[in-house]
Design a protein around this ligand. Structure first.
Ligand SMILES: *[C@@H]1O[C@H](CO)[C@@H](O)[C@H](O)[C@H]1NC(C)=O
Ligand SMILES: *[C@@H]1O[C@H](CO)[C@@H](O)[C@H](O)[C@H]1NC(C)=O
Ligand SMILES: *[C@@H]1O[C@H](CO)[C@@H](O)[C@H](O)[C@H]1NC(C)=O
Ligand SMILES: *[C@@H]1O[C@H](CO)[C@@H](O)[C@H](O)[C@H]1NC(C)=O
Length: 501
């Protein structure tokens, strides 16, 4: 061939490659994304870690999927969700747990992940617990990027009646949901059926399923209680076990629906706890502490990933890569081809990292060097904060009593506390990779490392205080409406936004 012919052949090949590529791009569908949060779920409260729990769906998903050994969250509900939905460290979104009558919510200037995914034409749905504010209708899920929402707006309620304090908290899209009076997880199953029936398979799908199980009050229908034998010494534990089994069933049901619709192969599903197991019910064995503390039992969540998009090489594996719940924001944006940037006036930029390389195994070192688990400028007791830098974790301030600093002595929670571990006053330092159960406080032994982490922690004091936690110094500072219950009683007996009433 002459030189010219060679060039021509080369051009033809590149042309062909280009055509094939653009063909591929045009037909490759954006992945379906499903995120399941199980409320107050203990690190050991799943069948594959504890034979006392019946959770066949979770076990299968974990055993044929990827277990996330180091998936970090906040120490309680609302901030973990804010962090997930906004992609920020908890103190950059907010660290408060909103009571029903709060006149506040997650910063409206922050673009939540469903709104980001809308830019890539995702169909976006949420079923379950919101807990991001609802006093002002602008805080509602459908006004923050969800096409549909069903479930409840506050942080907890009666599972059977949906009563929360003084009214019924049950909400669908933009109005009260009259289906109150049924075990909530059962209705969530029906909601998932509706979402999947109405879904056009040509659109990419995002489902956020923050289940109410296994949050207090501990309640389960008899048909689920009955799979466990009556426990005269710890009936709470039996109810809690049944509640995990219900969460397992609903999650398994959603997986079945995705498979039936032929969507599973192009789906990634993440299942995680929002924080550690709570006192009287859950077990975080062998970790120390529980919901409400920055010890590992409070913030290192039970989590795993599955779905057809997970590479074959990652199935049946686990990863030690450090992931924070805020990372999913950036990761999902990348998967959807959307720019994760959300900077602007009056708000911190997104903190999350794209952790997809950890999930695929392409690069497990694509992780934060530093994770801010919690930061409290004003050092209000208890539980001021915690930061992870590489293998080390600094826990700042007293974490509390009882379960908060409990050393779990047995896999199955024995219904009475084990020995209380030493608390942190003012600091504990742990090597959480070599001492995952936080038995050895290194703060005296390794003053250089202590100094380094304290400096890192204190560096956040330079951030504008009126932006951290949206300017509220403690939960007590958040305005609450003393007349909220009266508004609800006068307006049908359901919790609803009341700013404009
Ligand atoms: C859910 O529970 C019902 C009732 O026990 C059972 O028939 C069904 O197979 C379960 N579904 C899944 C996915 O586990
Ligand atoms: C939201 O942004 C607007 C315009 O930049 C600003 O005036 C407002 O104070 C911000 N609100 C919050 C809560 O940061
Ligand atoms: C009752 O619960 C305790 C604590 O979880 C457990 O150790 C014990 O085995 C249970 N007993 C029965 C009969 O299930
Ligand atoms: C649902 O809540 C409303 C409002 O409080 C109440 O009137 C109704 O009786 C409740 N329904 C059931 C089945 O409990």
């Amino acid at each position: 061939m002459s030189c010219d012919a060679n060039i021509m052949a080369g051009l033809l090949v590149s042309l062909l490659v280009c055509v094939l590529c653009s063909c591929f791009v045009a037909t490759a569908k954006l992945p379906n994304i499903v995120f399941v949060l199980v409320d107050d779920w203990g690190f050991a409260d799943v069948g594959f870690r504890n034979p006392a729990i019946s959770s066949p769906n979770f076990d299968h998903l974990a055993k044929t999927g990827l277990v996330l050994n180091r998936h970090y969250v906040f120490k309680y509900c609302s901030p973990s969700r804010a962090s997930f939905l906004t992609g920020r460290w908890p103190h950059h979104a907010h660290q408060w747990n909103l009571p029903q009558s709060d006149m506040a919510g997650t910063n409206l200037n922050m673009t939540m992940i469903p709104a980001k995914l809308k830019a890539a034409k995702y169909s976006t749905h949420m079923v379950g617990k919101w807990h991001q504010g609802f006093f002002d209708p602008r805080y509602l899920p459908i006004n923050r990027g969800f096409d549909t929402s069903s479930g409840f707006l506050g942080g907890g309620e009666d599972h059977m009646t949906q009563e929360a304090e003084c009214a019924i908290d049950y909400w669908k899209n933009d109005a009260p949901d009259p289906r109150n009076g049924t075990y909530d997880a059962y209705n969530y199953g029906d909601d998932l059926t509706d979402i999947m029936n109405n879904h056009n398979v040509n659109d990419p799908l995002f489902i956020y399923l923050p289940l109410h199980n296994v949050h207090a009050p501990l309640q389960a229908p008899d048909e689920w209680l009955n799979i466990y034998s009556v426990n005269s010494t710890c009936e709470n534990r039996r109810t809690y076990q049944a509640m995990v089994s219900v969460a397992d069933n609903v999650t398994g049901y959603l997986v079945q629906l995705l498979k039936k619709k032929g969507m599973w192969d192009n789906t990634i599903i993440i299942i995680s706890a929002d924080n550690g197991g709570a006192a009287c019910g859950g077990s975080n064995y062998p970790l120390k502490g529980c919901k409400g503390s920055f010890f590992e039992g409070g913030v290192r969540a039970l989590a795993f990933v599955n779905g057809g998009l997970l590479p074959e090489s990652r199935r049946g594996e686990s990863t030690d890569g450090f992931i924070h719940i805020a990372d999913w924001y950036t990761t999902f944006c990348k998967l959807a081809g959307v720019d994760p940037d959300d900077s602007g006036t009056g708000k911190f930029p997104v903190d999350g990292l794209d952790v997809w390389p950890i999930i695929t195994g392409e690069n497990e070192k694509t992780q934060h060097e530093e994770i801010v688990l919690g930061y409290n400028f004003d050092n209000v007791y208890p539980s001021q904060g915690a930061i992870i830098v590489n293998n080390y974790k600094l826990v700042v301030g007293l974490q509390g009593h009882g379960c908060d600093s409990l050393m779990w002595s047995a896999l199955d929670y024995p219904c009475s506390y084990g020995p209380e571990g030493p608390d942190c006053d003012p600091y504990c330092l742990y090597d959480i990779v070599n001492d995952p159960t936080e038995k050895k406080d290194l703060s005296k032994e390794n003053p250089d490392m202590l100094k380094k982490l304290v400096e890192r922690y204190n560096s956040y004091s330079k951030e504008p205080r009126d932006m951290q936690d949206q300017g509220y110094h403690s939960e007590d500072d958040i305005p609450k409406d003393p007349n909220a219950c009266k508004y609800m009683a006068d307006n049908g007996g359901y919790w609803r936004p009341w700013k404009n009433i």
